[in-house]
Design a protein around this ligand. Structure first.
Ligand SMILES: [Zn+2]
Length: 353
């Protein structure tokens, strides 16, 4: 949790939409909350009044995961909250299951197009099909290589066989590409696409300069820091650095911007949050570098150094990914060396050069 949360402002205070209800956060923009069966127990979706391709209706931003509860809540939303109008476009900020899980259901039901960036769409198709390199075997090898216990490795091997597809059973078969800097017209507003890296391959946020609104997705969250992980399909990635670089793209947003995040409540004081996130990662990098000066550190050991609490399997995959991401940032910055021990485990040690 963000210990400096009190520096932010929540203009809607404690107000939170009831299940299958909506709260208007700006003219024609409605906040909906869907439950999630994880420690992170909800995701925010946004309904925007639109006229697209000659049809009057709604652009929906993100969808929730695919399960019976969320499907039932969507039925109620469609029945009670869409004013009898259709969904004319589904726009997903990125391909994580809580954002894209029901995209196929909504696009096919309303014959509406899916809007996404190309890398997010392609990754979604790869993960949904559990292709080689994105399945239980590759995940197990990844966690073994980074020093996780055999019991955890086996659990991940079984779980990841079909994990993504259990939350996202299918993806739409085509998409409309969003690109960095592109203007997207939704109803009376024009939004600029801000592409961010580090959390997912090509995450899209939308910024409306005229009304000072930012649909942030997962890139800027008020209470938790965005997960930045090294995963098996991209084992040498540098997501902490990519994330910190991407945060700079939000600096030009107006000081009074209302941020609509995917988790937590709408907030203002964006620039304070950007600074907090930068400092949060810098602190963790310093702490891990100090540990790497004492002795070589593997991914599993970095989890213990960075997080002083117990995790379930779901959380642990993110904790390991995030710890490794910080070690990689130090490695790419030349602060630590990376080597593979005789036991096949990757370790990092303060650079002697
Ligand atoms: Zn995400």
């Amino acid at each position: 949790m963000n210990p400096l949360e009190s520096q932010l402002r929540y203009p809607f205070e404690d107000r939170i939409p009831e299940p299958a209800a909506r709260v208007e956060v700006a003219t024609g923009i409605f906040w909906v909350r869907m439950p999630l069966p994880f420690a992170l127990d909800h995701v925010n979706l946004w309904l925007l009044r639109d006229c697209f391709d000659g049809r009057d209706g709604w652009t929906v931003i993100d969808t929730g995961i695919s399960d019976r509860v969320i499907g039932g809540l969507w039925e109620r939303l469609i029945e009670e909250q869409l004013e009898g109008l259709p969904i004319v476009r589904v726009l997903c900020t990125h391909t994580h299951p809580d954002h894209v899980g029901l995209a196929e259901m909504l696009t096919s039901r309303f014959d509406a197009p899916l809007w996404m960036t190309a890398a997010e769409y392609a990754f979604g198709r790869i993960l949904c099909a559990a292709m080689p390199g994105a399945n239980g075997e590759s995940a197990a090898a990844h966690y073994r290589r980074h020093g996780m216990e055999p019991a955890f490795v086996e659990e991940v091997r079984n779980r990841n066989r079909n994990y993504f597809a259990s939350l996202v059973p299918s993806m739409p078969l085509s998409f409309t590409r969003m690109r960095e800097g592109q203007d997207v017209r939704i109803g009376a507003r024009t939004w600029q696409v801000i592409v961010g890296l580090g959390h997912s391959p090509e995450h899209a946020s939308l910024y409306c300069p005229d009304d000072r609104l930012l649909i942030a997705g997962d890139m800027v969250l008020p209470r938790i820091s965005t997960n930045v992980s090294v995963f098996d399909i991209e084992p040498l990635s540098n997501p902490v650095q990519w994330f910190l670089d991407s945060l700079k793209k939000y600096q030009p947003c107006d000081a009074d911007t209302l941020v609509l995040p995917s988790h937590g409540r709408p907030f203002s004081r964006l620039h304070i949050r950007l600074r907090q996130l930068d400092e949060h990662h810098q602190e963790r990098l310093s702490m891990l570098l100090a540990a790497c000066r004492e002795a070589p550190v593997n991914g599993a050991e970095a989890v213990t150094l960075m997080f002083r609490r117990d995790f379930d399997t779901h959380q642990m995959t993110f904790a390991l990914g995030e710890s490794l991401a910080h070690l990689h940032a130090l490695w790419y910055a030349g602060e630590v060396d990376r080597f593979v021990g005789e036991d096949g485990v990757v370790r990092f040690q303060a650079s002697t050069a």
